[in-house]
Design a protein. Structure first.
Lengths: 335, 335
DNA sequence: CTGAAAGCGCTAACAG
DNA sequence: CTGTTAGCGCTTTCAG
């Protein structure tokens, strides 16, 4: 069927061992023979049998990129940027396997021989089963996006708390003191961090937040829409809203339009993530950009170094966020 | 290190062959022994070595999902829906490997032993190198999204031409006769099909299209924005615009706002794809929905059946589109 | 620098 | 129904 090492060896009257050495850049070979072998190998369209190589080297050449679930990622852009970032680092000899961890009946089947390393884009504590399994089995692991307690693990995180803080300060600098929040999915690390930044900013500026300024959301446009409508029913409606992501901000803006309110004249809106559409909606949405692709690529680089050098000192790496000022935030209206 | 079949065999005083049979649901085994073996295997946390299995079965248990390129997919939503659709069909014993074909220096390294089958989400003719390689090497292949000439191949396509036709008829039914188009990336199958539907609808209704009503785009919001500005400079501006995807439609809407034009009172806009944000922008965007996840899942099912049953009669499967009427299309303004 | 031989863990004839 | 034997294609000792 396919060309094997032995085929190449036979033609050149050398042993298959020698061919293997040539193919693997071994120093134990005459440059001349190596050249000859490489040439005929290419000519014959030789492709190594990864299964055989994997079997003897005890390596799968698979890298797993797992999301908490595939059916409900934070947003399509988030998913795409993550895959793209990771992919840009993984070399051709590795396969990047993408899946939701909820698709595996038992995470213990994810062993070292099936995956040389795992990148976990983690949203919730439910993923801890996989984390502890990987630690126990010594499978190289990098966790993205969610801080895990275990200090032996490499963690790549975006500085969401600081980003949220900056967003709210931006609102305050525009004179706002009646600031509401649209929260994201309960239990998600991102939700906790961003809300924390929000609260700290208010506290630092001696601004109170009444209960009616806190609305729950689920990171979807729909939920932002619903949450905003609820906020509008407050006895003393807010003059500014911080949505924990841009999707919800867009939903909120829709509710505002429907209520006949102008942005930012009547009410300012700021989001989080800098989704693709945010600069193109009207008014364009002020937001906090986080470099998701960079989180992915940084994590992938770390993982590859763990796999290749075995260096596995846990660390927490933070990727900075950036405040993006556009047209959805304006001065607080007079009351 | 890890538990092997032999370990299990030794404990139970049976041969490793028997254990293998138990693990593989072979009929050649006593149900009693099988039960015993399965129990201790589970107890020992036995996980099969995929590399060894692959080597002897000559199967990789990898399915490749390839995009023309990873760095520039049509849209994040498109990417996400595709992966999700395919993933929902692929079973746990397979790894779904996601990549851009431009990441492989030579497509000929993608051989049957590395991928049991390939799903190609194809955008342009450049992908034909992979297609012909797969055909030649008899690698099971399903091509999504772009019609390929080879009739032996399974092709899953969305009925874009008909969808575009319906969109334009929708405009015409609202009294529009001055209809412009914002085209997508040159050479993409989607561009060709959708434009064809557009032109046919106009022709069927005896509507002329001047050159100045044709603007080039690249499926990005930015390009839609630029294209719309160009369209507005026409000697006799259009009253309706068909953008070949929603991203460009959003860009066009931004240009319209900036020009002080109202949608749909002054100008109607219709898009394509029904992106996530389309129902939440203001005004909400009328568009043509195509079930991308369904294209992916249908393709994956087909591929699995080719792999498992070897049935490889080529066919073209069309997934229907649906006209979504929202608020961006209104009656043509009086002239 | 090169070759012969062993073996990775598994499945698949082939006997019994 | 069970066990013995061979071998998948490759890398890696170990001798030369």
């Amino acid at each position: 069927m396919s060309v094997t090492i032995k085929d190449v060896a036979k033609i050149l009257h050398v042993s298959h061992t020698t061919v293997s050495r040539a193919l693997n850049d071994s120093p134990l070979i005459n440059p001349e023979t190596k050249k000859r072998i490489l040439e005929t190998a290419k000519q014959l369209n030789y492709v190594p049998n990864y299964s055989a190589r994997s079997l003897v080297r005890n390596r799968s050449y698979n890298i797993g990129l797992f999301f908490s679930t595939m059916s409900q990622v934070t947003s399509p852009g988030f998913f795409y940027e993550t895959v793209r970032g990771v992919n840009s680092v993984i070399t051709e000899s590795y396969n990047l396997v993408v899946n939701g961890i909820d698709r595996y009946a038992d995470v213990r089947t994810l062993d070292k021989r099936r995956f040389d390393g795992i990148i976990l884009m983690s949203q919730s504590e439910k993923d801890d089963a996989l984390v502890s399994h990987a630690v126990e089995k010594q499978i190289p692991l990098v966790v993205l996006n969610r801080k895990v307690a275990d200090t032996s693990i490499v963690n790549v995180l975006s500085a969401d708390r600081q980003g949220a803080y900056n967003a709210v300060v931006h609102l305050i600098e525009h004179g706002h003191t009646h600031i509401a929040i649209i929260e994201g999915e309960k239990g998600f690390q991102a939700t906790i961090e961003r809300k924390e930044g929000f609260l700290t900013a208010l506290r630092d500026n001696h601004i109170e937040i009444p209960d009616e300024y806190i609305a729950e959301g689920h990171y979807t446009m729909e939920s932002g829409y619903t949450a905003m409508k609820q906020l509008l029913r407050a006895a003393h409606p807010p003059t500014a809203v911080f949505a924990l992501n841009d999707e919800m901000a867009v939903g909120a803006m829709k509710a505002l339009y429907e209520a006949g309110l102008r942005i930012p004249e009547d009410l300012s809106v700021i989001g989080f993530d800098d989704s693709q559409f945010s600069s193109f909606i009207t008014p364009s949405l002020s937001t906090v950009r986080r470099a998701i692709a960079e989180v992915g690529s940084t994590g992938a680089k770390k993982l590859m170094s763990i796999i290749n050098n075995g260096d596995s000192t846990g660390e927490k790496i933070y990727i900075d966020t950036e405040l993006i000022q556009r047209d959805s935030v304006g001065p607080a209206p007079k009351r």
